[in-house]
Design a protein around this ligand. Structure first.
Ligand code: GAR
Length: 226
């Protein structure tokens, strides 16, 4: 990818697509130096597909229910993604477990957002579980995807407080606001060539990342780009 060529994204979704919307908006405004080549949903008719259409981005459906098993679905998904020739594949609320064949195919160019401060609360119902555990801090994580569910090398996290009167919905809303800042930042770093995966090691500006980056340290995106 030369500087003149924008990083091409394929964005995988399963539903609402609010994280997708943040990417569409920042790509349209030029804040995010990417081309969103296609949005692919494993669930037909979801809101995120409509968001893509509204933005003039190809909105593709690949219903996992039409395939006999996971490997057959993933083989079709890989074919569809690769036809878009993406530099980076983005999981944005894509709610299917992926096999090692899939994650290895995209190793180092597959990112996920997870609504917790990993390694805490892998899996589902993260907000409910954070409240039940008495956490005072919660958040979201961007990580490179490997075969281990929600276990790949962590890149950057955004933190929010858990307030005494929070319920899972109020906490989810607070985290989501941060998610919409967090994913564009990580993708910008990748597009600018500042972020890569070497073996199991994340490298940021060429240096091994010994702990997750914190979004609050990059409050001003212009500053972070220097
Ligand atoms: C987001 O909160 C994302 O972090 C979460 O699903 C939501 C999708 O919302 N992802 C996962 O739980 C992945 N394990 P959106 O469709 O509005 O972007």
């Amino acid at each position: 990818m030369s500087a003149a060529q924008k990083c091409r994204l394929a964005v995988l979704i399963s539903g609402r697509g609010s994280n997708l919307q943040a990417l569409l908006d920042q790509a349209a405004s030029g804040e995010l130096p990417v081309t969103i080549a296609a949005v692919i949903s494993n669930r037909p008719g979801v809101q995120g597909l409509e968001r893509a259409r509204q933005a003039g981005v190809p909105a593709l459906e690949l219903d996992h229910k039409n395939y006999p098993d996971r490997p057959a679905f993933e083989a079709a998904l890989i074919e569809l993604i690769d036809r878009q020739q993406p530099n980076l594949v983005i999981l944005a609320g894509f709610m299917r477990v992926l096999t090692a064949d899939f994650t290895e195919h995209y190793r180092g160019r597959l990112l996920n957002i997870h609504p917790s401060l990993l390694p805490k609360f892998r899996g589902l119902h993260t907000h409910e579980r954070a409240i039940a555990a008495g956490e005072t801090e919660h958040g979201a994580t961007i990580h490179f995807v490997t075969a281990e569910l929600d276990g790949g090398p962590v890149i950057v996290q955004a933190r929010v407080p858990v307030l005494p009167d929070d319920n899972p919905d109020t906490l989810a809303a607070r985290v989501l606001t941060q998610e919409h800042r967090l994913y564009p930042q990580a993708i910008r770093w990748f597009a600018e060539g500042r972020l890569r995966l070497e073996g199991e090691q994340v490298r940021f500006d060429g240096q091994p990342l010994m702990q997750p980056l914190r979004l609050e340290d990059f409050a001003n995106p212009t500053e972070a780009r220097r």
